[in-house]
Design a protein around this ligand. Structure first.
Ligand code: PHE
Length: 341
C-alpha cells in the first residue's frame, strides 16, 4: 500500500506541475482529494491494514495528503497568476495609437457669414427680427412705396405664389412688419432668404439678405455712414474704404449704393477681374427711410427719421472667400463645403 501511495504522490505532483489552468488544478484536486478521490480511497482502506502497521502507514498517508493540499494551493496560485497575465495581455490597449477622428458637420459658409454680420450689428445694440418668406404684395411692395406699375413687380423679377402671395424679393418687408407692431426707437437687423427670377454666375434665384434699419428722433445720413463704415471695417478689415453713390429705391430718400474698395487689387489694378478695373465693389443698398413708408406704418415723419440698408450675403461671402460662382453655395459639393469647417 505504501508503494501505491508513493506512486500516487509522484503522479499527482507531475500532473500538478503540468496543469495550466485553474480548472485543470481543480480537476486534479477532485481526482486525488475529492469524495471518491484516489487518496481519499486509500485513507478509507487504512482499516484493512494490519493494526501493527497502521500508525506508520496512517502517518505517511496524512503527510502525503497535507503535502498534496499544499501543492494544490501553490499550483492554484501559479495558474491564477498566469491567467491574469494572459488576460492583461489579451486586453492590452495601445494608448499611442491615434484615435479615429469623428466626422463632424459644420455650418454652411452662407450661415457663417450671416452669423458674422449679425454679430457685428448686435454688438452695436441692434436686435434680430425675422419675417415670412412668403409675403403679400402690400408688405413687399405697396407699403414700401412701390408705385403700382413699378418694374420690380413684373413677372420677370418676382415669383408669384398666387394672386395674393409672392416669394419676397427682399428683406425690406420686415421693416414694415416690425414698424407696424412697434414704436421707435428701433434698431433692427433682419437676416433671411430672398427670391428673384435670376440665375447666372453672380445671381441665384434664392439668395440671402441682411436688412438693417434704425428709427429714432433726428437720425441723419451721417449716422448711416458711420454705422455702415464701422460694420464694413469689422467685416472686411480696418483699412476698408466706403463710397456712397447716389441711387434710387422707392422706400428711401435720399438713396445710395455703397461700394467698398476692391479687396483684391486694393483699388489699384486696372486689370483686376473682381472689380473690373474700377477699384470698387458694390455691396449695399441704403438710404434714409422715405416719409411715405413712415406714413404706411402710422409713424409721424415730422417727429421720427431713420436709415435702412440691405446687404447681399452671398455677395459678401464671395468677396471674403474669393468664390467665383454663386452656384457653388447650393450644389453641395463636399470638397467645397469642407473648406469652411
Ligand atoms: N431692398 C433693397 C434691395 O433688395 C436694398 C435696400 C434695403 C435698399 C434698404 C435701401 C434700404 O435691393
Amino acid at each position: 500500500m505504501l508503494e501505491g501511495l508513493e506512486g500516487l504522490y509522484q503522479d499527482a505532483l507531475a500532473a500538478l506541475q503540468k496543469a495550466k489552468s485553474t480548472s485543470e488544478v481543480e480537476q486534479l484536486r477532485v481526482r486525488y482529494l475529492g469524495r471518491n478521490g484516489e487518496l481519499t480511497l486509500l485513507v478509507r482502506s487504512l482499516r484493512e491494514v494490519p493494526p501493527e502497521e497502521r500508525p506508520r502507514v496512517g502517518a505517511r498517508l496524512n503527510a502525503v495528503k497535507e503535502a498534496l493540499e499544499a501543492e494544490i494551493r501553490t499550483a492554484l496560485e501559479r495558474v491564477r497568476a498566469d491567467e491574469e497575465r494572459q488576460a492583461l495581455e489579451r486586453d492590452r490597449v495601445d494608448v499611442t495609437v491615434p484615435g479615429r477622428r469623428r466626422a463632424l458637420g459644420a455650418l454652411h459658409p452662407v450661415t457663417q457669414t450671416i452669423e458674422e454680420i449679425v454679430d457685428i450689428f448686435v454688438a452695436l445694440g441692434f436686435e434680430v427680427a425675422t419675417g415670412p418668406d412668403i409675403e403679400d404684395d402690400y408688405h413687399n411692395f405697396t407699403a414700401l412705396n412701390f408705385p403700382p406699375d413699378h418694374p420690380a413687380r413684373d413677372m420677370q423679377d418676382t415669383f408669384f405664389v398666387d394672386e395674393s402671395y409672392l416669394l419676397r424679393t427682399h428683406t425690406s418687408p420686415v421693416q414694415i412688419r416690425v414698424m407696424e407692431s412697434r414704436k421707435p426707437p428701433l434698431r433692427i437687423v433682419v437676416p433671411g432668404a430672398t427670391y428673384r427670377h435670376d440665375d447666372d454666375l453672380t445671381h441665384s434665384p434664392m439668395f440671402h439678405q441682411i436688412e438693417g434699419f434704425l428709427v429714432d428722433e433726428r437720425v441723419s445720413m451721417a449716422d448711416l455712414k458711420g454705422v455702415l463704415t464701422y460694420a464694413m471695417r469689422e467685416l472686411f478689415g480696418p483699412e476698408t474704404r466706403l463710397r456712397f453713390r447716389a441711387s434710387f429705391f422707392p422706400f428711401t430718400e435720399p438713396s445710395a449704393e455703397v461700394d467698398i474698395g476692391c479687396l483684391i487689387c486694393g483699388g489699384q489694378g486696372s486689370q483686376c477681374r473682381v472689380c473690373k478695373g474700377s477699384g470698387w465693389l458694390e455691396i449695399l443698398g441704403a438710404g434714409m427711410i422715405d416719409p411715405n413708408v413712415f406714413a404706411a406704418v402710422g409713424y409721424d415723419a415730422e417727429k421720427v427719421s431713420g436709415f435702412a440698408f440691405g446687404l447681399g450675403v452671398e455677395r459678401v461671402a464671395m468677396l471674403k472667400y474669393q468664390i467665383a460662382d454663386i452656384r457653388t453655395f447650393t450644389t453641395n459639393d463636399l470638397r467645397f463645403l469642407r473648406q469652411f469647417v
